[in-house]
Design a protein around this ligand. Structure first.
Ligand SMILES: *Cc1c(COP(=O)(O)O)cnc(C)c1O
Length: 404
């Protein structure tokens, strides 16, 4: 008789968003006259920019004609898109990443979940705490995390690097040496970043210890401060220790369109084995490419009109971020993030737990956010609000919070 992959049974249920949904549903049922504003979502709300829509329409029409029809894309993705990425995301920032080191995909979630396949089951991962759940859960499925302890909400075989106000949300080198280090900068959920000099220290550390860094730069477009790197390859030696994952979801509203890419430099090797060759093999075997139409839409992200429109879109969300940040600060809250990311991470007032604050905010202000404890034990006592709502709703929500 067959057996299942028992590692799936180890996963604790993801109660965070279902518990939120249940609580909100119960509240709205009991209070049908109250309008609830949701600032908990991690999804964009603005429509796809006109330059991209235009590219989509054009690509759809091409598919209707045998002369311009496109079937399977090349394994790494269409050259026109990889060229635009290499030029705009890397060459312009002084990073020597070539087109054939870029692997186009359907998004950063799949890549950040799949990348662990390249590594031995005995490799030990290190994650920041709080953290985007995909990194840990995908390693649990692969049998790399040991056993879960529900009291401490940690896995026995995972190295946690707490990121709290005490260390300014900058992860410290762990006592135990990790093999695989996940970094997400700008960070979801905390909305914070680390200076480029600190990132360089992490790159040096990884090279010295023989560790690999999985660098999730999904929020790169939101960086406003000069001293924050847009790519890990801005750091010396990063091409020998880092894989970078990017997404078109947050910079261009592609959450429902699906496009991303992963950079695996050719000089990145482990005991003489090329990780680029491994990822190419994996990509060619298990993935048949993002749709041609969507890759054309991705190309339009880098067009002059696309860039201008997206700059406005990001600015729209960042205006919301400053409304939240300034509104909360004025109301006496301790707030972090919101400068280089569309997330605001606030310290709950007094000794309130994340969930206690969630309940108060829902019941008294009719505003929904996300309890920080849902992202890891060090998120306890914090709370996430997102800038992805409409400006009007964001202003209204802050008005309510200030009147609490
Ligand atoms: C939203 C998000 C992603 C994006 O994933 P896609 O699959 O490209 O939509 C990746 N990483 C983090 C940390 C995110 O918040």
């Amino acid at each position: 008789m067959y057996q299942i992959n028992d590692n799936y049974q180890k996963l604790p249920g993801s109660y965070l968003f279902s518990t939120i949904a249940k609580k909100v549903a119960a509240f709205t049922e009991a209070n049908p006259d109250k309008s609830v504003i949701r600032l908990g979502i991690g999804d964009v709300t603005q429509p796809i920019a006109p330059a991209i829509i235009q590219a989509l329409h054009k690509a759809v029409d091409e598919m209707a004609d045998a002369a311009s029809f496109h079937g399977y894309a090349p394994d790494l993705g269409h050259e026109f898109l990889r060229h635009a990425i290499a030029e705009n995301d890397y060459k312009k920032r002084g990073c020597s990443i070539s087109e054939d080191e870029i692997f186009v995909s359907d998004g950063a979630k799949s890549d950040s979940g799949n990348i662990q396949e390249l590594f031995d089951v005995n490799c030990k991962i290190a994650v920041t705490d709080p953290v985007y759940p995909v990194y840990v859960d995908s390693n649990v499925m692969a049998g790399r995390c040991g056993v879960y302890d529900s009291d401490s909400q940690t896995w026995s075989n995972v190295i946690y690097m707490p990121c709290t106000r005490e260390n300014h949300f900058i992860p410290e080198f762990p006592k135990e040496t990790p093999d695989i280090i996940y970094l997400c900068i700008p960070n979801n959920p905390t909305g914070t970043t680390i200076p480029k000099t600190k990132l360089q220290e992490w790159v040096d550390y990884a090279n010295e210890k023989g560790a690999v860094i999985i660098y999730d730069a999904a929020y790169e477009a939101y960086i406003t401060q000069e001293d924050v790197a847009h790519s890990i390859y801005e750091c010396m030696g990063a091409d020998r220790c880092a894989i970078e994952i990017r997404s078109f979801s947050k910079n261009a509203g592609f959450t429902g369109v699906r496009l991303g890419f992963t950079v695996v430099p050719k000089v990145l090797t482990c005991n003489g084995v090329s990780l680029h060759a491994m990822w190419a093999r994996r990509h060619g075997t298990k993935y048949n490419g993002a749709p041609y139409i969507i890759q054309r839409a991705g190309e339009a992200v880098y067009s002059e009109a696309g860039q201008a429109q997206l700059k406005e879109q990001v600015a729209y969300y960042m205006k919301n971020a400053s409304v939240i940040k300034e509104g909360l600060s004025a109301a006496g809250y301790e707030v972090y993030g919101g400068v280089n990311a569309p997330y605001i991470w606030l310290k709950t007032p007094g000794q309130m737990s994340s969930w206690e604050f969630f309940d108060e905010l829902l019941e008294e202000a009719n505003v929904v956010g996300t309890p920080g404890s849902g992202f890891g034990p060090s998120g306890e006592g914090y709370f996430r609000l997102t800038a992805f709502g409409s400006y009007e709703n964001t202003v209204a929500a802050l008005e309510r919070i200030r009147n609490l």
